[in-house]
Design a protein around this ligand. Structure first.
Ligand code: ATP
Ligand code: MG
Length: 497
């Protein structure tokens, strides 16, 4: 108990105590209690109280009203070091009717914490925790009306009260059940009756706004057990109302190069992206990169073809992501990765020019992610290796082509300056002087100073023609050496020498 008490930040305790001192009830509830009891650091703090929003605001000057549910955000000191944290304090509510299965028709206040806990989605999210002062001693007061602590111990997601009713009130809860099961830790699962209710009610997900679906889906994609999450979505029928296009790949055989059907391949690729902890864009692109295959398929059996599937797939991915209301930025990135996932690369066979073209099409800032999608695609095809040498070689060529060639344009003076300073016409002398200055800058970048260089032009102009030609030749050799050395360093960096 003392242990638990110590894990609650100072500000949270102060908030509860201040509310109690003002004559109100106050408990922390929801995810933070679940996390505290599970030994996980809570990400945010929610409190429930029988005080009205104005009453909460009156107690805490550093607070503001947040939403339609009467939530007040209160800023409290987190520790003695002067950090702050924000606590969301919300008056007790009951579950009101959801005619449209997505918004309560109206918000109804409740008198007791019991009512407030009854409206919550899962037993582990329906535990309240507060303090009771008894004889000068502080005791923790846990209200657990639905067996949340047992379910927490057994790692079970179970609907509070009747699952069918709860999912009819708010169909998003079905996705939340899946999300919690795959993100709370290794052995978590959805309890059987709750799971059956999801399968029976999955069609009601269509009543939920795409924004809410999107946010839950993104959390499932980012979960360590995201692959299982997608599979549960499919098995319960939820996926049909999220990305039905993915189901076109179920049973859609590929050709002699592949051992999995299109859907299984997407899932395998996604599995690699999750295992490697790749970012959201790469995970989504791995999940969608072959989404166009079923529609691009021509023929059956070992010789089936999928021409343009990356183009069809990019278009389809865009449609899906727009429908799900992802941001323009997310959509652009994921679609680009789908569009170019098929880039062709074979050491020695592909020219630097085509690598340059790829870099130009994809943008150098997206290359790393594109390579990650490519690795996921490879592994997802059942290849034991993600082509390490080939991809390293490509990385090398990409960097090489991305490096600016050493180029007279980087000098702070130009041919015109040389001609003006020396009062000469165009001719070999101009090029020679620039070559010498370039070599000097390569040796010491600080010498790329316009005044200094103008002085040098004057000095070099005073040299005899032969001497100038000789120094220029040396300078050119020096520049070539620098270029070769730089290339070797790039090669070594990518382990291809
Ligand atoms: P996390 O924030 O770690 O994802 P959480 O449990 O805090 O998990 P939130 O979405 O922040 O989840 O919601 C806070 C609490 O509000 C939940 O623990 C739950 O008690 C309740 N809750 C949230 N959404 C719903 C819902 N759709 N139906 C019923 N109760 C809900
Ligand atoms: Mg939360």
């Amino acid at each position: 108990m003392q242990d638990l008490l110590n894990k609650i930040p100072l500000g949270v305790r102060q908030l509860i105590e201040a509310m109690q001192a003002a004559g109100f009830e106050c408990h922390i509830v929801g995810g933070c209690v679940r996390d505290l009891l599970a030994g996980v650091e809570p990400s945010d703090w929610d409190a429930a109280t029988n005080a009205a929003p104005e009453q909460i605001r009156a107690i805490f000057p550093d607070s503001y009203a947040d939403n339609d549910f009467g939530t007040v955000r209160v800023r409290m000191p987190q520790n003695a070091a002067g950090d702050f944290l924000e606590i969301e304090a919300t008056p007790y509510r009951v579950e009101s009717k959801y005619t449209d299965k997505r918004h309560p028709d109206k918000v109804e206040w409740a008198d007791s914490i019991k009512d407030d806990l009854s409206r919550r989605d899962f037993t582990v999210n329906a535990i309240a925790m507060g303090y009771i002062k008894e004889g000068g001693k502080i005791n923790i007061d846990i209200i657990d009306l639905f067996g949340g602590r047992d379910d927490l111990k057994n790692k079970i997601i179970r609907a509070v009260r009747d699952p069918d009713e709860r999912f009819l009130e708010d169909a998003l809860r079905m996705m939340r059940a899946v999300r919690f099961a795959v993100s709370l830790g290794p052995d978590w699962r959805v309890e059987e009756k709750t799971m059956r209710a999801i399968a029976a009610n999955s069609r009601w997900l269509k009543m939920v706004s795409q924004e809410r679906i999107r946010d839950e889906f993104a959390k499932i994609v980012m979960a360590d057990r995201g692959v299982e999450g997608i599979e549960i979505l499919r098995q319960t029928g939820l996926l049909e109302h999220i990305i039905p296009e993915m189901l076109e790949g179920v049973g859609c055989g590929q050709n002699k190069h592949h051992i999995y059907d299109c859907y299984a391949h997407l899932l395998k690729s996604f599995e690699f992206a999750v295992a490697k902890k790749f970012n959201f864009h790469v995970r989504m692109a791995s999940l969608l990169h072959d989404i166009g295959k079923p529609r691009a398929k021509s023929g059956e059996g070992p010789n089936a073809t999928f021409y343009n599937h990356e183009i069809i797939g990019a278009r389809l991915a865009k449609k899906i992501l727009e429908r799900m209301k992802f941001s323009k930025k997310d959509i652009a990135k994921i679609v680009l990765l789908v569009r170019y996932h098929l880039f062709y690369y074979n050491v020695g066979e592909v020219s630097e020019a085509s690598v340059r073209r790829l870099v130009r099409n994809v943008g150098s800032e997206n290359l790393e992610e594109l390579l990650q999608v490519r690795m996921a695609d490879r592994i997802g095809s059942g290849c034991p290796k993600a082509e390490p040498y080939k991809l390293r070689h490509l990385r090398y060529l990409m960097e090489k082509t991305a490096l600016d060639p050493i180029d007279p344009k980087m000098i702070k003076v130009n041919g015109k300056d040389v001609m003006e300073v020396l009062n000469i016409a165009p001719g070999p002398k101009v090029g020679q002087i620039l070559e010498i200055l370039l070599a000097r800058i390569l040796n010491d970048p600080r010498s790329n100073d316009r005044d200094y260089l103008l002085g040098e032009i004057k000095r070099l102009g005073g040299l005899g023609d032969n001497e100038l030609a000789r120094i220029a030749l040396d300078a050119k050799k020096q520049k070539n050496e620098v270029e070769i050395k730089r290339d070797q360093m790039t090669k070594r960096k990518y382990w291809i020498v």
